[in-house]
Design a protein around this ligand. Structure first.
Ligand SMILES: *[C@@H]1O[C@H](CO)[C@@H](O)[C@H](O)[C@H]1NC(C)=O
Ligand SMILES: *[C@@H]1O[C@H](CO)[C@@H](O)[C@H](O)[C@H]1NC(C)=O
Ligand SMILES: *[C@@H]1O[C@H](CO)[C@@H](O)[C@H](O)[C@H]1NC(C)=O
Ligand SMILES: *[C@@H]1O[C@H](CO)[C@@H](O)[C@H](O)[C@H]1NC(C)=O
Ligand SMILES: *[C@@H]1O[C@H](CO)[C@@H](O)[C@H](O)[C@H]1NC(C)=O
Ligand SMILES: *[C@@H]1O[C@H](CO)[C@@H](O)[C@H](O)[C@H]1NC(C)=O
Ligand SMILES: *[C@@H]1O[C@H](CO)[C@@H](O)[C@H](O)[C@H]1NC(C)=O
Ligand SMILES: *[C@@H]1O[C@H](CO)[C@@H](O)[C@H](O)[C@H]1NC(C)=O
Ligand SMILES: *[C@@H]1O[C@H](CO)[C@@H](O)[C@H](O)[C@H]1NC(C)=O
Ligand SMILES: *[C@@H]1O[C@H](CO)[C@@H](O)[C@H](O)[C@H]1NC(C)=O
Ligand SMILES: *[C@@H]1O[C@H](CO)[C@@H](O)[C@H](O)[C@H]1NC(C)=O
Length: 477
């Protein structure tokens, strides 16, 4: 009797009751226990406390790998490609990805693909992407666009880091989890999400390095279009029409898709959602003094301007830390511990250096024409990408190109990633309207949203949780 009841109520609980196994605490380093050597600490000249913090951060990052290191997961080994391989070619399909080591919302499914993209300077590069599948496709029976199949959204993630290991497709929660990809899939969209070239697949078949060109938005826009093209080839059930959407780094990438569409139109493109976009790195860094981005940008920038010397931006102590960051393939958490907002690592006026200004100029998709409608969502409490910089970019773009269809929606007090929660109804409705084929008037519009409970302080401000894989039957909350 007991047996039947427990089986009916909770499978995992039932098995633990039946077997009476001894429960264990789950360690926060339970799937990684990397420890530094003295040689590494001396070479980077870091204190014991910094070494400790970097080590903890690294083990958290590594514990969140769903399929181990990208160096060991054979999926990320690309076949040979060369200048005559067309961009958007499908190189590899993993139709079924075993999600038992991911922390997906229940009743979603995952596939992964390799495809060819084009880097900033026009070289063909292999890259990876995931496809997150809904349980059922959202239907648009009354659409004037004749949408058939699973409606597709090309998703551009925010900064995860710049090394191979920072690929969302091998991270348990796919990096942005409920902030966008899980939500989209639970609403019936298929999410096609490139890792951006250089993340995931970080070398060619011949072993040459593929460097992620961080914040070089036109390159990321290539990744979005070509990932979608290859995914549509791999999975004919995907709709021909698609939306591009991104946040932060990915917001800049999404904006760049809207501009690219005016230069190189792609059939099926319906518009873009740019969350907290960072179109011009220089202006954003000016507004935030964001030290953490210097190591990330420097690496990609040197693949575009090979004459760049790290000493242009970094103090000697900072230069010593860069090889350790590279050796560890450290992502956001490690980067933050190794390059804190502290003196002595990065030169005070580094943002005025020629290289950053030149890099921003060639990357910036704003102050340019776009094709199709674009929704910009922005929190006024954003400290990573301040609203003033985004509002300025939008206003200047609209003044220069009054026919651009840009809707700027700002949300009182909302912070960086959490604006996606505040704005969720707005962007989901906007995406639905595009698949319905609704027209958008020419020109720009602006709107300001206030919270229901009047006091912004009444609301939970930041993402104060993270997802952890449950490996024990008692881990249910
Ligand atoms: C947690 O760490 C302890 C000590 O290293 C170990 O005995 C135990 O098996 C670990 N627990 C799990 C669930 O991995
Ligand atoms: C290591 O850093 C300290 C400051 O933290 C500095 O005084 C020292 O000269 C550095 N050592 C080397 C070998 O660079
Ligand atoms: C733990 O890490 C190993 C090696 O990276 C990997 O093969 C394994 O799948 C991971 N286990 C879990 C539960 O993620
Ligand atoms: C390019 O790759 C294709 C397919 O692997 C191969 O057939 C062709 O010979 C290669 N071309 C060059 C110039 O290497
Ligand atoms: C997924 O992997 C887990 C752990 O290796 C295994 O127990 C399970 O059978 C796999 N699922 C499928 C459907 O292959
Ligand atoms: C609608 O799309 C389907 C599938 O792509 C196609 O077979 C059909 O001819 C289309 N109908 C119209 C009216 O375009
Ligand atoms: C790719 O990433 C792996 C895992 O971090 C690392 O061992 C390897 O050196 C990287 N390859 C290149 C060419 O950067
Ligand atoms: C890449 O393109 C930029 C902008 O056109 C140019 O300034 C730079 O020299 C190019 N770099 C390489 C490595 O070709
Ligand atoms: C970079 O600049 C430093 C300091 O000016 C110099 O010592 C070093 O040789 C330069 N490196 C390269 C590769 O030019
Ligand atoms: C970047 O663009 C700004 C604004 O157009 C211009 O003033 C500046 O000279 C440019 N800098 C470089 C290095 O290209
Ligand atoms: C952009 O334009 C709007 C509407 O005219 C205005 O309220 C806002 O202050 C402008 N933003 C900036 C940064 O000037």
């Amino acid at each position: 009797m007991v047996r039947v009841l427990t089986l009916l109520t909770h499978g995992a609980l039932a098995s633990s009751l039946l077997a009476q196994e001894l429960l264990q605490y789950q360690n926060n380093t339970f799937n990684s226990s990397y420890a530094f050597s003295e040689i590494q600490i001396d070479a980077a000249n870091i204190s014991d406390s910094v070494a400790n913090n970097v080590q903890v951060a690294l083990n958290v990052e590594r514990t969140n790998w769903a399929t181990g290191s990208v160096a060991e997961d054979q999926f990320y080994n690309p076949p040979p490609v060369n200048a005559s391989t067309p961009p958007g070619s499908l190189l590899k399909v993993q139709e079924y990805t075993n999600t038992s080591t991911y922390t997906l919302a229940p009743n979603l499914a995952l596939s992964r693909i390799l495809f060819t993209s084009v880097d900033f300077n026009g070289s063909i590069v292999p890259a990876s992407a995931y496809v997150l599948w809904p349980w059922q496709a959202r239907k648009f029976p009354d659409s004037c666009l004749n949408v058939s199949g699973v409606p597709a959204v090309a998703w551009a993630h925010g900064t995860s880091g710049v090394f191979g290991e920072c690929a969302p497709s091998h991270i348990r929660n796919l990096w942005y989890q409920f902030s966008a990809p899980f939500t989209l899939a639970l609403q019936g969209y298929a999410v096609v999400a490139p890792d951006y070239a250089g993340l995931g697949v970080n070398h060619t078949a011949e072993g040459d390095a593929i460097v992620h060109q961080y914040l070089a938005h036109p390159a990321a826009a290539n990744d979005l279009f070509y990932a979608m093209q290859a995914a549509q080839m791999a999975f004919p059930e995907l709709s021909k029409q698609f939306i591009t959407m991104g946040h932060s780094q990915g917001g800049g990438a999404a904006w760049a898709t809207a501009h690219r569409q005016s230069v190189t139109p792609v059939e099926g493109y319906l518009g873009t959602v740019a969350g907290s976009p960072d179109p011009n790195n220089y202006e954003n860094i000016k507004a935030t003094s964001g030290f953490g981005v210097a190591p990330r940008i420097a690496r990609g920038l040197s693949s575009i301007f090979p004459s760049f010397n790290y000493s242009e931006w970094f103090e000697p102590e900072g230069v010593k830390r860069l090889p350790l960051l590279e050796e560890l393939s450290g992502c956001n958490s490690v980067n933050g511990e190794l390059f804190p907002q502290a003196e002595g690592l990065i030169k005070p006026a580094w943002e005025e250096n020629w290289y950053l200004r030149a890099y921003s100029n060639i990357s910036d998709p704003s102050r340019k024409p776009i094709s199709g409608p674009m929704l910009v969502v922005q929190g006024t409490g954003d400290q990573a990408v301040p609203a003033a910089a985004v509002s300025k970019a939008v206003n200047e773009t609209c003044a220069m190109y009054p026919k651009n269809q840009i809707r700027y929606a700002s949300f009182e007090g909302a912070s960086h990633v959490p604006v996606l929660n505040a704005a969720q109804q707005i962007w989901l409705q906007w995406i639905e309207d595009r698949f319905m084929g609704k027209d958008v008037d020419e020109g720009c519009t602006q709107e300001y949203h206030r919270p229901l409970r009047r006091r912004v302080a009444s609301y939970q401000k930041e993402l104060e949780y993270y997802l952890q894989l449950a490996v024990q039957s008692y881990e249910v909350a």
